[in-house]
Design a protein around this ligand. Structure first.
Ligand SMILES: [Zn+2]
Length: 103
């Protein structure tokens, strides 16, 4: 990243890697105490969707907190949650979409 002139702090890189690991997009291999390597994994564990109500564009996002909610609620209500679906509706970043929704 440094070679390509990306200005990103080390903390940001590691926080992002942690998030990717939690989402199963990246696997962390710990080799010894101070050496870890990260590897791209192909399994898509969970992801949810955002849908633009104006142009129907579908965006995907992955947030491990949703998995946590699923686990917690399942425990509290003694319910075996097998899967979930979550769709957030709104307008995408295209100017037209935002304006049409307000009109
Ligand atoms: Zn749109």
């Amino acid at each position: 990243m440094k070679n390509k002139n990306y200005r990103v702090s080390r903390a940001t890189v590691y926080n992002t890697l942690d998030l990717l690991v939690e989402c199963d997009l990246v696997t962390k291999h710990q080799f010894g105490k101070n050496l870890a390597q990260y590897e791209k994994s192909y399994g898509f564990k969970q992801h949810d969707h955002l849908i633009c109500t104006e142009c129907n564009q579908v965006l995907e996002f992955c947030d491990p907190r949703i998995q946590n909610i699923q686990n917690t609620v399942g425990e509290i209500l003694n319910f075996k949650v097998l899967h979930h679906s979550l769709i957030l509706y709104g307008t995408c970043q295209k100017e037209n979409c935002e304006n049409r929704a307000l009109a």
